[in-house]
Design a protein around this ligand. Sequence first.
Ligand SMILES: [Zn+2]
Length: 378
Amino acid sequence: MNLNRLSSTKRILIRNLSNIPGWRTNRKIVVIESDDWGAIRMTSKDVFNNLVKAGVPISDCRYNNNDSLAGENDLTSLFEVLRSVKDKNNNNAVFTAVSVVANPDFEKIEQNGYSKYFWEPFTETLKRYPGHSKSFDLWKEGIKNRLFIPQFHGREHLNVTAWLKALRNGNADTLLAFKNRVYGITPRAYLSNVSYQAAFDIEDISEIVYHKEVIREGLGLFENLFGYKARYFIPTNGPFNNQLEKVASECGVKYIGTSKIQLEPIGNNKTRKVFHRIGQKNRFGQTYITRNCFFEPTDKSKNWIDSCLKEIEIAFRWGKPAVISSHRVNYIGYINPSNRADGLKQLKIFLDEILKHWNDVEFLTTDQLGDLITKSDS
Ligand SMILES: [Zn+2]
């Protein structure tokens, strides 16, 4: 449902109703989930301009305009804002950084005539970008200081099957983007309804065999890079066949992020509606976490500070934690410095307002929230 199209009274009513089911608490918990860390998205301003000039339809997309691997300046400035506010337990604000851990190895894929897929850890990708060579040290510093706690979004933010197929078929826009070391576009002549960004979407159910390998490898690399196992998994773009929950569980994932109304792809362009509520468990004992608040200031269509404060108020009214979605794109200035400046300015005001409205607020990460929910069950 597109809440933006409805009248504001209806929107508020729906927002209230959707907060009724599920786990409750008297505590005023705020979790900020920020997706896409580790993924390439746009490589530079020049590449963006080249693709626009060639007619690739990316200019309306806020991600392709502004989102890229976080440079040293991006991370340093973000941490400064998060560190500047403290909750009632004297803890600073913290991002649950929902991350991918790899990107395509474009050279090797090219050398193999697009017949085979190769990936590299995102820490290798960082080495090729100016102003990024110390980024991973900053990730580690963010973890140590509890400002930025990575969890799992996927191995890469890419549907390998759909992308390779388009490359092998000579799809012009996909090939041009490839030459510029970019994959996150929607080509003009597309072959499939599967978005390149949606790693776990499927055309045929047999593809989940490969997705199991992607999850296993991705979670293994996650542990190697960060020194701990990911416990929370929110699949890229949402599409995800629930048979994959088993392999994620075997690899240590305890908490799964999903929409309240999940559209589970089951193959042949078909989806099944699955309803979720926060705190609900699946057959592997994993707990679902659903988002109920949104803060996306790069999208200029509304005042996100006001709307998100309202959403937090509704969440607390129904005894729910505020689980806020706020993508990486809002805080990146590598392509457009003004994008980062504006996003961080709004984040600072927003965090200050949260503390002004609710002085008993607590900033938690998603895995801490998950632990609290499961502890209260037992
Ligand atoms: Zn994402």
